[in-house]
Design a binder for this molecule. Structure first.
Ligand SMILES: [Fe+2]
Length: 416
């Protein structure tokens, strides 16, 4: 191997190990009992994430590219394939919490086994472009699951009425900011990903989009503002709500964001730092599309389109984690409504679908994004728990309109 390909191999191995390590680190402060719980279908047991991210490298990288590869366990594909129909049968998502076996220790052994073989593959091959490309997708996939782990761990711990904290680090209180609006002129703008750096298939191709004049809030909606909506009977007034939203509110008795609790007349919010008094200046988080839209209607505003949002984001270089990194204290909960990115994923009013000329990844990965382009909305901007080097302004997160266990918030927009 030439020096150049040795360096490349070393670099890939280092990247691989650092991403894989972070996943196990996220679970480090949990107890073993926390790792197998599945309170609702959307929330997977943390140990399933540990195994599924490993299965991804096994199935997509080692099976096709490592000669003589033997699976750790033939049955794991059934258990830990998530939804890739072309990779064979898979266990139902809502039944992941029924699996007491394999144990956490067996899953950690599985991770170790696959890690050693991936390293062997990267050392052996002057890695072919195809191997490098699948490795890159596998690492980005694992980073997506790191954020999912924070979401799922939060839901699991919040389901417990003793409200155990994930982190004992104190959460800094946020400071009030005056709302201001940023105006953008009518015109043709470019949105979407271009260039050699990694991006998911759904971010391409970069293309032109004609936008009418708009102004967008420079701050995300705060808990205090959302409390005014509640106090003004926002959840009780049908004229604020989309028809499906009104049905959702009533059939599920929704009257507050997911993790808000009212105790003896005082508002609290469950965070990964434990149950905290509601910080009125912090961004509102864990709201559904229905709630975001109803709040915007009540405010005489609207949600931005994903195009407007991306045009707005193009004005900043900031990435999630950069602000937090300077404080040297891990913050797992949004506390700055004036930060443009990396606090809460903001709902847009854009339906999630392919850009003009969209093409899916090839092979098994054809199923990665394209098949979810139905009945979901795009969210932009990243959140406190989005891995720092996983974020791009072109990133298109997507969820169904009733979902709210992700770190979802609101940025308002208006026509000029
Ligand atoms: Fe996955």
């Amino acid at each position: 191997m030439s020096n150049h390909s040795l360096d490349r191999s070393r670099q890939l191995i280092e990247q691989y190990l650092s991403v894989r390590q972070l996943t196990t680190d996220i679970c480090q402060s949990l107890e073993k009992e926390d790792l197998s719980v599945q309170p609702i279908a959307d929330v997977s047991p943390p140990k399933w994430h540990l195994a599924h991210t490993t299965w991804f490298f096994e199935e997509l990288l080692l099976v096709p590219y490592l000669q003589g590869f033997k699976k750790f366990n033939q049955q794991y594909s059934l258990l830990f394939n998530s939804y890739y129909k072309s990779a064979g049968d898979h266990w139902l998502q809502q039944d992941r919490g029924c699996l007491s076996r394999p144990t956490v220790n067996e899953i950690l052994d599985y991770r170790g086994y696959i890690d050693n073989l991936v390293i062997q593959l990267l050392q052996q091959n002057n890695p072919e472009p195809e191997i490098q490309s699948i490795l890159e997708i596998g690492l980005n996939h694992e980073q997506q699951h790191q954020e999912l782990l924070y979401m799922d761990i939060k839901y699991i711990l919040a389901t417990n009425p003793t409200y155990p904290a994930y982190s004992n680090l104190p959460l800094a209180k946020s400071h009030g900011m005056k709302q201001s609006w940023k105006s953008f002129a009518e015109g043709l703008y470019h949105v979407g990903h271009e260039g050699e750096a990694f991006a998911y298939d759904n971010e391409s191709p970069r293309h032109k989009h004609y936008t009418y004049p708009f102004k967008i809030s420079d701050e995300t909606v705060t808990n205090g503002e959302f409390l005014s909506f509640i106090d003004d009977k926002g959840y009780k007034s049908p004229n604020n709500w989309l028809s499906q939203g009104w049905d959702w509110v009533n059939s599920n008795s929704i009257c507050k964001p997911l993790y808000w609790k009212q105790i003896n007349g005082e508002w609290f919010e469950y965070t990964l730092h434990g149950l905290q008094p509601l910080d009125l200046d912090a961004p509102v988080v864990h709201v559904s599309y229905f709630e975001a839209d109803a709040f915007a209607t009540w405010k005489g505003a609207r949600l931005p389109t994903e195009y407007e949002f991306e045009i707005y984001l193009q004005q900043t270089e900031l990435k999630p984690g950069e602000k937090q990194a300077t404080s040297q204290v891990a913050i797992y909960h949004p506390n700055n409504s004036s930060q443009k990115v990396g606090q809460v994923w903001c709902w847009t009013k854009s339906h999630y679908s392919g850009y003009p000329g969209y093409q899916t990844f090839k092979g098994v990965l054809e199923e990665y994004n394209g098949k979810f382009m139905c009945n979901q909305f795009v969210l932009k901007g990243g959140c406190v728990n989005t891995p720092k080097d996983h974020y791009r302004h072109t990133y298109r997160n997507f969820y169904q309109p009733h979902q709210r266990w992700m770190f979802s918030g609101i940025r308002l927009c208006k026509d000029h």
